[in-house]
Design a protein around this ligand. Structure first.
Ligand SMILES: [Zn+2]
Length: 639
């Protein structure tokens, strides 16, 4: 026998207009009474007995149950008539309770794997297990603090003191309880609620409560607005997509330099400062149903510079700052290890070579298991090559940012799938850009021959490398080999350019031709490509190893990319343009925000670049087969 208690005592005053003559439990949710939906879910998860606690209209509910039988489910309706609060109502029905039971609130729409929830309770050997989840308004929600072992530590009712930092975990009102736990509670006078009274009192009395954190759909539909939203979620498939047995799409997020300013190793709470636009970016990912999962190397723990409690506070601040703007994280995994000994105050046990420190994939592996993540629909965003390498090893699509380390570290020999300025641009690419642009570029993808050289020209920061990266992704999705490279790898050091030089003088085109010659001549290329450091404005000693098969498509972007000669290769020329205001904004971000150039110097550079580039760019446009306009989202060219 497996018992569930449904708390359906509410009068449904706020839903009165939707109920007509019906009790609240029978409110219509997209063509089916809510109670019917709940009973079907219980039935599907092997529940045999349901105790339905109501305060009025018992006969209407019994009439419904006679009309719609639920095979294998014994439903007992108990009308109390007394307002006792949620815990009070369950205690009053004590004589009917099994040793262990599930509690469902009668005004929640849920599609939760109740078997997994029940089994987690058993596996933890808990007296009570609470279903918790993050939400998009933690500042005005009652929060629950838990520890690493998933034990509930405290109940933190709203309002939250100004300046306090708390993890974003909310009681979703779904529990598995042992009867002995409930009966151990001695209620005071008046109403007794689980969240406000019984759980906090039992916690205080030394009882242990287990936390079950999940992204599955469970929402209160007690007002017309919430009901309409839930119906919308049902119809759009959002409810079904959040099921535990459905593979999930995720965005793995690095922390320092991606979400927050990378101000060395953060050991104090106040040092965590979000980068511009980060909450809105995470919120967009949330709304597009990407599980947002932070994976962060925190060697400060191994070095003894911060304790686990310090780190918990830092992450409480991170989640509080995000939550204030309606954004939340689904999970956060951290690697506390560090391989090199020799720091004063270090923690010996954490001084190990582990599998979780990025570029290791240990944290991603755990999340993939915990969330059933489909890597082919998932992404990683970070500012370091270790993030990109960890993502590449895990089969994720990778995005390197210019924030933080600026991709300037060369720790790992890896080329990201995309390189964008910051998390807001990455979130746009993930949620909208890549789908829309792949659709836009479909006619080009149809026309690219195997072994073709596709050169992509346009002004600086017009989006050439974005188009190259998307074409590469599109070709790979069609099962075709493709490599995307930027001619910027062959930029000359600032000091090696002639004083009054033109765009062409900035590039070492002959070096590029020599390097790529084996492939340009029709063969396979195995080479070490130069790396240009945009911050230092000079080539650096390290290199990226690359292999281009003879039949691969090479996508090469650069202002003068069309100039590259490849007599032995089929050829396609693309031109990319964007509205000047958008291009200027990107240039400003690169030169002023990331490189610290002052406004006057930027204006001078901008004017010089425009004068210098225009004739070349016009010529490139005239010889192009296709023109992609990234502002208008149009493609013009070959019939
Ligand atoms: Zn580790």
């Amino acid at each position: 026998m497996r018992q569930a208690v449904i708390l359906a005592g509410g009068l449904g005053t706020r839903l009165a207009a939707r109920l007509g003559d019906l009790p609240k439990a029978l409110v219509d949710v997209d063509g089916e009474p809510l109670l019917g939906r709940q009973l079907r879910l219980l039935q599907a998860h092997g529940f045999t007995d349901v105790l339905l606690l109501v305060n009025h209209r018992k006969e209407a509910i019994e009439a419904f149950l006679r009309q719609v039988p639920f095979a294998g489910l014994r439903v007992e309706v108990i009308e109390d008539g007394e307002a006792r609060g949620t815990a009070g109502a369950v205690m009053a029905a004590g004589a009917h309770l099994s040793e262990r039971f599930l509690v469902v609130y009668g005004d929640t729409l849920l599609d939760v794997d109740l078997t997994a929830f029940w089994e987690a309770h058993l596996a933890a050997g808990a007296e009570g297990t609470l279903f918790l989840h993050p939400n998009d308004h933690p500042h005005d929600s009652d929060l629950v603090a838990i520890d690493e072992a998933r034990r509930v530590r405290a109940f933190l009712p709203k309002p939250h003191p100004a300046g306090s930092y708390r993890r974003n975990l909310v009681n979703a009102a779904l529990y598995v309880l042992e009867k002995r736990l409930v009966m151990a509670y001695r209620p005071g006078p008046g109403l007794s609620d689980f969240g406000a009274d019984l759980f906090p009192a039992l916690l205080k009395a030394g009882h242990s409560l287990h936390a079950y954190v999940s992204f599955e759909y469970i929402k209160d539909i007690g007002t017309p607005e919430r009901l309409d939203r839930a119906v919308g979620d049902l119809r759009s498939g959002k409810v079904a997509r959040a099921r535990l047995d459905v593979p999930q799409q995720a965005v793995f997020l690095d922390r320092d330099g991606t979400l927050n300013h990378d101000s060395g190793h953060i050991a104090r709470t106040e040092d965590l400062l979000l980068l511009p636009g980060v909450p809105a970016a995470v919120r967009a990912l949330n709304r597009h149903e990407f599980r947002c999962i932070v994976v962060t190397n925190q060697p400060v723990l191994a070095r003894g510079e911060a304790s686990a409690a310090d780190m918990e506070q830092i992450h409480a601040r991170l989640e509080t700052l995000l939550g204030q703007e309606g954004a939340y994280l689904d999970a956060l995994y951290l690697c506390p290890h560090h391989p090199d000994a020799g720091f004063a105050g270090e923690v010996a046990a954490l001084k190990i070579r582990c599998a979780c420190r990025k570029p290791g994939t240990g944290m991603i592996d755990r999340a993939r298991h915990d969330f059933r993540i489909d890597p082919t629909r998932s992404w990683i965003v970070g500012d370091r090559t270790a993030d990109i390498e960890a993502g590449r090893r895990s089969g994720l699509t990778t995005i390197l940012l210019q924030t933080g380390a600026g991709g300037g570290d060369r720790h790992c020999d890896v080329i990201p799938d995309f390189e964008v300025a910051d998390l807001p641009e990455a979130a746009w690419l993930i949620t909208q850009g890549h789908g829309a642009l792949l659709a836009l570029l479909a006619p080009v993808l149809d026309r690219v021959n195997a072994g073709a050289l596709v050169t992509i020209s346009g002004q600086g920061r017009a989006g050439k490398s974005l188009v190259g990266a998307l074409l590469r992704l599109g070709l790979r999705q069609r099962g075709r080999g493709a490599v995307s490279l930027s001619l910027d790898r062959w930029l000359k050091a600032e000091s090696a350019r002639p004083a009054a030089g033109t765009v062409e003088d900035r590039y070492d085109l002959s070096a590029a031709t020599t390097c790529l010659a084996p492939w340009l001549d029709g063969g396979t290329l195995e080479a070490r490509l130069p790396v240009y450091d945009r911050i230092a404005r000079a080539p650096v000693a390290s290199a990226n190893h690359v292999r281009i098969e003879a039949e691969d498509v090479l996508l090469l972007d650069g202002v003068i990319a069309h100039r590259l000669a490849a007599p032995g290769r089929p050829r396609l020329r693309l031109f990319v343009r964007v509205d000047e205001a958008e291009r200027v904004a990107r240039l400003e971000k690169e030169y002023i925000t990331f490189r610290g150039m002052d406004r006057a110097a930027f204006d001078a550079l901008y004017r010089a670049r425009v004068d210098d580039e225009i004739p070349l760019v016009d010529a490139a446009r005239a010889t192009s087969d296709w023109c992609v306009d990234l502002s208008a989202m149009t493609l013009e060219g070959m019939p």
